[in-house]
Design a protein around this ligand. Structure first.
Ligand SMILES: NC(=O)c1ccc[n+]([C@@H]2O[C@H](COP(=O)([O-])OP(=O)(O)OC[C@H]3O[C@@H](n4cnc5c(N)ncnc54)[C@H](O)[C@@H]3O)[C@@H](O)[C@H]2O)c1
Length: 432
């Protein structure tokens, strides 16, 4: 099949590259010419394990084309995927759909032959109806079908998630569009994934409902971790114990910092906004947002307590600053408010992240990036394990810190408190 992917960010690039690997010809379009130039040189602008190899393979086979020429890409394709960003609008909870509608308005002018327009971007309930309204002239001439196909891939595991998704959700009541989407996804559905054809609005809501549910699980276990800390119970035992119940499941029950990233924070807010539009009070999700907001302060306060309230001139090293491992994405990472607070309180911050230096901290005096964990940890007063990259799982802290007294605040509970005690290291975890 011939596909056009509009927006080559985390979702568009992974989808485009993986669809081409299934044998489709894929035009990946982005308005960012710099990104397109990099991609044409075989340079992947994001950190996503395994992506570069598949990209190069398909680029060589000429199944993958990177371009800024939307018209040519659309004219040569049967299915058009909209994969542009849908961030939160300023001073509001609602999703900003300006990038989506800009694309749709451009499409309106350049479509002359039947195309399926797919919203892969996360868009609120009834957005596809609005898209269809913009394209009403084309719809009347039966030149378009608008389909909702929300994306569920996780950054850092995106390739695996693309090829073996739990489910593929297709929201459309057009038999023609559904048949085409099914044949596109058939190669991966054969591998035990469920293909679920549903209503378009249903598909749009499923995406938000999924993200809000996962955010709820994280927030729930984080709150229980607060209780465990006071009650002298290990949250890891509790997570394991409740996770063994198949109705609950063990995933997303690991206590840690506030959830962040490009999806959960904005999608929970957008769902509240949708609730308001339909005069429905989504109390649980409101509480989740509030609890997650408080989490950043709770952990910063704990960090301060670990240092007995003395932050001035303390050398504090962050191992990992991204919102999760195996990605370079810093959107809404909880390390940002924490580091800014510590910086304001005159601590010397060092950090190492395997995905490289971060623009978010470049302008902050006394926040320094180091190229590896040992040099970042050297002579530190406190090591904060913020993101659970594999590189941080087997560190010999005594050897790398080279200081008689230092502390570790393990926000991901990677290390065993018993082993740390044996090593005579002042160790603090989460919910233990
Ligand atoms: N990042 C994730 O893990 C993830 C997972 C599932 C769903 N989503 C959803 O997918 C959508 C995209 O997310 P992302 O993280 O890939 O975003 P992103 O910001 O990484 O990428 C968006 C891309 O779209 C491009 N773009 C914007 N307007 C354009 C236009 N008019 N023409 C061509 N290109 C244009 C931008 O230059 C950018 O490269 C969002 O709605 C998001 O909620 C993201």
């Amino acid at each position: 099949m011939k596909l056009c992917i509009i927006g080559t960010g985390y979702v568009g690039l992974v989808s485009g590259v993986c669809f081409s690997d299934l044998g489709n010809k894929v035009y990946c379009v982005d308005k960012d010419k710099n990104k397109i130039d990099l991609l044409n040189k075989g340079i992947v602008p994001i950190y996503e394990p395994g992506l570069e190899e598949i990209l190069k393979r398909n680029y060589k086979q000429k199944r993958l084309i990177f371009t800024s020429d939307l018209k040519k890409a659309v004219n040569n394709s049967d299915i058009i995927f909209i994969c542009v960003g849908t961030p939160t609008k300023k001073n509001s909870n609602s999703a900003d759909l300006k990038y989506v509608f800009k694309v749709v308005n451009e499409l309106e002018k350049i479509i002359f032959k039947y195309k399926i327009i797919v919203t892969k971007s996360t868009v609120p309930l009834a957005t596809s109806d609005k898209i269809e309204k913009i394209l009403s002239k084309l719809k009347k001439k039966k030149l378009v079908d608008v389909v909702s196909n929300p994306e569920f891939l996780r950054e850092g595991e995106a390739i695996r998630d693309f090829f073996t998704p739990d489910r593929v959700i297709i929201g459309t009541d057009s038999k023609k569009a559904n048949a085409k989407m099914k044949s596109l996804y058939m190669p991966i559905i054969k591998k035990n994934s469920r293909y679920f054809n549903t209503s378009r609005k249903g598909a749009e809501l499923i995406k938000y409902a999924s993200n809000a549910f996962l955010a709820t699980k994280i927030t729930y276990i984080n709150e229980l971790a607060n209780l465990c800390e006071k009650a002298g119970v290990d949250i890891k035992e509790v997570s394991q114990g409740i996770g063994l119940d198949q109705r609950i499941g063990e995933r997303f029950l690991r206590a840690g910092p506030a959830y962040g990233g490009s999806c959960f924070p904005k999608d929970t807010r957008a769902l509240i906004d949708t609730g308001n539009k339909f005069k429905t009070d989504l109390t649980i999700i409101k509480s989740v947002i509030l609890s997650n907001y408080k989490r950043k302060f709770t952990l910063t306060k704990r960090l301060k307590e670990i240092l007995h309230g003395k932050l001035k001139n303390k050398t504090i090293t962050f191992l990992g600053v991204t919102f999760k491992p195996n990605t370079d994405d810093m959107r809404e990472a909880s390390s940002i408010p924490m580091i800014k607070y510590l910086n304001k309180n005159n601590s010397n911050i060092r950090y190492y992240d395997p995905s490289g230096e971060k623009n978010e901290f470049k302008k902050l005096k006394n926040v320094k990036y180091f190229k590896d964990a040992p040099s970042a940890c050297f002579k530190s007063d406190l090591i904060v394990i913020h993101t659970e990259w594999n590189n941080f799982k087997l560190l010999n802290f005594k050897k790398i810190v080279k200081k008689s007294k230092f502390k570790i605040f393990d926000m991901r509970n990677i290390y065993s408190p018993t082993k740390m005690k044996k090593l005579k290291i002042d160790y603090f975890g989460i919910g233990r």
